[in-house]
Design a protein around this ligand. Structure first.
Ligand SMILES: Nc1ncnc2c1ncn2[C@@H]1O[C@H](COP(=O)(O)OP(=O)(O)OP(=O)(O)O)[C@@H](O)[C@H]1O
Ligand SMILES: [Mg+2]
Length: 280
């Protein structure tokens, strides 16, 4: 696909793009607020399969929050809810004081493009686009002209050490290289909030350390707020706070032993099927 076609396709689904003055501004210190968030996936039986069972969380602008937890405890689920990709069964998700799931789909897409960077655990790169084109997509969606989107995408690829692979398609990249393309794509629009789902999960120690340093430098020097799900112990060097997802709830402090995760109690007087659901 040529860049021209890419841009035409993007603009056809994004008629609201192109107004840099419409960027969201945040007042006050609290950038993220989760209130009593619960989630169970469709098909779950009553009472025994709640993934999230009452998450309350406040994150101040400029923090770097690490979210730990054993596999399958719901870290990705939580990040998808924070990113407005998955509506929780119950509770509220506020970013900059705005309730994500009270917005129209159009306003939410706009908000996500301008405010959030999301590094998906499974990358979700478009297979028919080159690495450069994949990274250009959010910039084009925000209304950047092609030459500026290309410049910013190349810069982002350089930051993650992948400028030499700009013309390669995902099928010709290693897992670690795809992960770094996904990181560049998440950073290209200079987000206010970065949601990072195991961003170093596929990288060797040295490359993972470099990526962790890069993200931490964005937090320190540019005020980027980061919420990162990770099993990478090196995050302890950078995170301003560490949380553990255990039994569907968040707990603070390194004293929490991950193996404590077990039963997932359903909230009282609440049945999953009675709840609102709007899964992406
Ligand atoms: N789309 C889905 N439909 C049904 N169940 C799902 C879906 N996505 C996740 N789950 C289930 O929700 C639970 C939490 O999954 P999630 O991916 O959030 O865990 P995780 O903590 O990110 O795990 P990991 O550390 O392996 O990435 C798991 O039991 C998983 O099988
Ligand atoms: Mg996960």
């Amino acid at each position: 696909m040529t860049i021209k076609n890419l841009r035409r396709n993007i603009l056809s689904v994004s008629s609201h793009a192109g107004n840099p003055a419409a960027r969201w501004t945040f007042l006050g210190d609290n950038l993220v607020q989760l209130v009593d968030v619960h989630h169970a996936y469709a098909g779950d039986q009553e009472g025994d399969s709640w993934v999230l069972c009452g998450i309350d969380l406040t994150v101040r602008a400029g923090e770097f929050v690490a979210i730990h937890g054993r596999s399958d405890t719901g870290k990705s689920t939580l990040l998808h809810i924070l990113g407005g990709i998955l509506a929780p069964r119950r509770g509220h998700v506020l970013i900059g004081g705005r309730d994500l799931f009270q917005m129209s789909d159009r306003a939410l897409s706009h908000f996500r493009n301008r405010t959030l960077g999301f590094i998906f655990q499974n990358y979700y790169l478009a297979p028919s686009l080159t690495a450069l084109e994949n990274v250009m997509v959010p910039a084009l969606l925000s209304g950047e002209p092609v030459h500026r989107a290309r410049h910013r995408a190349l810069d982002a690829l350089e930051q993650v050490g992948l400028a030499a692979k700009a013309k390669a398609c995902p099928a010709d990249l290693s897992g670690g290289q795809m992960q770094r393309v996904a990181i560049a794509r998440a950073l290209v629009n200079r987000p206010t909030l970065l949601l990072a789902d195991e961003p170093t999960g596929n990288l060797d120690e040295q490359t993972g350390g470099a990526i962790m340093d890069l993200l931490a430098s964005y937090q320190r020097e540019r005020g980027l707020t980061i919420l990162m799900a990770t099993h990478d112990p090196s995050v302890e060097l950078h995170a301003t706070s560490q949380l553990y997802l255990v039994g569907g709830k968040l707990q603070a402090g390194s004293a929490v032993v991950e193996s404590a995760a077990s039963g997932r109690a359903a909230p009282e007087n609440f049945h999953p099927s009675a709840a609102r659901q709007k899964e992406a």
